[in-house]
Design a protein. Structure first.
Length: 194
């Protein structure tokens, strides 16, 4: 006579076979347990954790690459403005502009929820009219990861930026040195790492 434990195991196998589109496949987990390959695949809607099925985070659609983030006046005016105080070469600047993460979310290249999976393989290339280029990981701007602040500013100390630094400038207040503060900001491009 079959034991209750054996009957439960048989019912489990039959249930998994009925749910699969083909023959039941298994994949070994780190714990050494065999779980259905469909469940072990992180791209599926559910995942096995501690012997229980849990909803997996929503999958992000593939990002066309590269994506240029709009910097035109209309795009900037559509977003909330922030005041930012920063110090460069001993001078305190009180500037106004738009947070870079807000610009990237408006362009559809950064999620409003914590980044995960393929999103962590994206980077941000910022270029100035004078040829300067700097690089950021997209995850630097996620509040749950790097939580870095960066702003596209057009006014400092109550005045529009002059031609030497503007009309737009990237300010990264948390950087120890202002070497990624791009003057004459011209392009922001989000790229999927190959």
């Amino acid at each position: 006579m079959a034991t209750p434990r054996l009957l439960i195991a048989i019912a489990h196998v039959l249930l998994l076979s009925a749910c699969a589109t083909g023959p039941a496949r298994t994949q070994a987990t780190a714990a050494g347990d065999d779980v259905p390959a469909e469940v072990a695949n992180p791209a599926d809607a559910t995942a096995m954790h501690d012997g229980h099925l849990h909803a997996a985070p929503p999958q992000t659609p593939a990002l066309a690459s590269p994506v240029v983030v709009p910097l035109d006046a209309a795009s900037l005016a559509a977003l909330p403005r922030d005041a930012v105080t920063a110090i460069i070469q001993g001078e305190t600047l009180k500037c106004e502009g738009v947070a870079l993460p807000a610009l990237m979310r408006a362009a559809g290249v950064m999620s409003a929820v914590p980044l995960h999976g393929a999103q962590l393989g994206r980077y941000v290339l910022v270029g100035g009219r004078d040829g300067d280029r700097v690089l950021f990981s997209l995850s630097e701007f996620d509040p749950t990861l790097g939580n870095r602040s960066a702003f596209v500013v057009d006014r400092c100390n109550g005045q529009q930026l002059d031609d030497r630094t503007g009309p737009l400038r990237l300010i990264v207040p948390g950087d120890t040195r202002p070497t990624r503060w791009v003057r004459q900001l011209q392009t922001i491009t989000v790229i999927v790492a190959p």
